[in-house]
Design a protein around this ligand. Structure first.
Ligand SMILES: Cc1cc2nc3c(=O)[nH]c(=O)nc-3n(C[C@H](O)[C@H](O)[C@H](O)COP(=O)(O)OP(=O)(O)OC[C@H]3O[C@@H](n4cnc5c(N)ncnc54)[C@H](O)[C@@H]3O)c2cc1C
Length: 395
């Protein structure tokens, strides 16, 4: 039996940043990170859009809003201290139709309520000063939004937590949790551990992991794949920085948008397609176990009823490049199908409750020794240093 003060499961950016913060506050802590893959951030973190979110989208007072603002500052401080580049280039959110103006106004008010400074409502003409090739009727400029490479951040945190004395055990999968006499007993496919504290940050597997010691967990992860295209070199001039549509307030995703990456590429996407495999990055990836687990879940039929139209549209757009291009043409009419080449994909871990609600906010299942991060979708990469700072043992 290997003994630790703290065990953290999942070496995505949330698990890594949690380890870093704990070691920073309590140097000498005997801490072990357990990760089933061979390296850090192989799932959501390593396949995301690389945006440092400002906090404009989130309900004032929500955990997402509070942690985005707090985590944003912590992330930039960490990068400044450790020589990691980022670019606070700002973004525009663009209304292309009169019907979106109400939602655009709501976003602006949320941004103000969340404390963002320098937000500007833009006319069609002013939009073109920021992004000459867009065709919006009105928009918002958000100066705080930036870009970063979250894989680079993850690797730096891993290096630092190693230097601070933590162990990261790769290729090891957690498969049992028991609480006994004030300790947490943790079983993996390779070892048995005992620890005073356990924090799990398991992303796409977070419900399965939390269920190990919460048999009646009323949550299920429903995976949504997000696919990207890249803009070819000679058409990169169409996008200067980040261009977003007004998101559908009924849906927790931001809509297909343009993102300039730290490596100079311009990405278009991600869409949000129900995925038949939790860790499946190709359209054809199917895992019947994963699929059955999603579909047999009580809340799934309610979700399917609520979102079937949007879901069908997303499948269609996933297989039809012309349909994807048409979505982008609403933002930049000059983009053509031939300007886009296939990019990568990421899979979002979206928690769904048993009543069929897609859980909007960050969500935890916890007791005095165990904290399970059960829903940490976007902006959890931006907020990574703050997301788990909620219990006395983590502060
Ligand atoms: C397409 C896409 C775009 C996004 N864009 C942005 C963005 O621009 N900005 C932003 O802030 N956020 C963005 N997000 C959200 C962000 O990426 C996630 O919120 C964040 O990466 C979550 O980090 P995590 O560490 O919780 O999860 P992950 O990065 O998924 O890490 C979880 C880790 O747990 C490990 N694990 C799981 N089960 C076990 C087990 N049983 N034993 C051991 N290890 C286990 C996994 O292997 C994995 O390494 C995006 C997400 C996606 C998918």
């Amino acid at each position: 039996m290997l003994k630790y003060d703290v065990i953290i499961v999942g070496a995505g950016i949330v698990g890594l940043a949690t380890a870093y913060k704990m070691l920073e506050k309590k140097p000498g802590l005997k801490l072990c990170l357990i990760e089933k893959e061979e390296g850090v951030s192989r799932h959501q973190t390593g396949n995301n859009s690389g945006v440092i979110h400002s906090g404009i989208y989130y309900k004032p007072g929500s955990l997402k809003a509070l942690n985005c603002i707090k985590g944003y500052k912590m992330l930039l401080e960490f990068c400044d201290a450790n020589g990691i580049s980022y670019d606070i280039c700002g973004k525009v959110i663009v209304a292309t139709d009169e019907s979106e103006l109400g939602a655009l106004g709501v976003l602006f008010d949320k941004g103000i309520a969340n404390g963002l400074e320098g937000l500007k409502m833009l006319s069609a003409g002013e939009l073109k000063e920021y992004e000459p090739h867009i065709a919006g009727i009105k928009g918002i400029h958000v100066p705080q939004t930036g870009i970063i490479d979250y894989m680079e951040v993850s690797k730096k945190i891993a290096e630092l937590v190693n230097e601070m004395g933590a162990e990261i055990r790769f290729s090891e999968r957690l498969d049992g949790i028991y609480e006994k006499n004030g300790d947490v007993l943790v079983h993996t496919n390779k070892n048995n551990y005992s620890s005073k504290i356990l924090v799990t940050c398991a992303g796409l597997q977070s419900d399965r992991v939390a269920k190990l010691n919460n048999k009646d967990l009323k949550l299920r992860i429903v995976p949504f794949r997000g696919e990207y295209y890249k803009i070819k070199e000679d058409k990169k001039y169409l996008v200067k920085n980040l261009i977003y549509p007004v998101p559908d307030p009924q849906f927790p995703f931001l809509g297909v948008h343009y993102t300039r990456k730290m490596n100079g590429e311009i990405e278009a996407g991600p869409n949000a397609v129900f995925a038949f495999k939790r860790e499946g990055y190709k359209k054809t990836d199917i895992d019947f176990g994963d699929m059955w687990e999603s579909m047999a879940w009580g809340g799934f039929m309610t979700i399917a009823r609520k979102y079937w139209k949007m879901g069908m549209m997303e499948f269609y757009r996933s297989f039809s490049k012309p349909a994807f291009t048409r979505s982008l043409q609403r933002l930049t009419p000059d983009v053509r199908e031939s300007d886009l080449e296939e990019g990568g994909a990421g899979v979002r871990a979206q928690a769904c409750d048993n009543k069929g609600n897609l859980v909007d906010d960050f969500l935890f299942v916890e007791n005095e020794r165990v904290l399970h991060v059960c829903n940490a979708p976007s902006p959890a990469a931006t907020s990574c240093f703050s997301v788990t700072q909620r219990r006395a043992f983590l502060k």
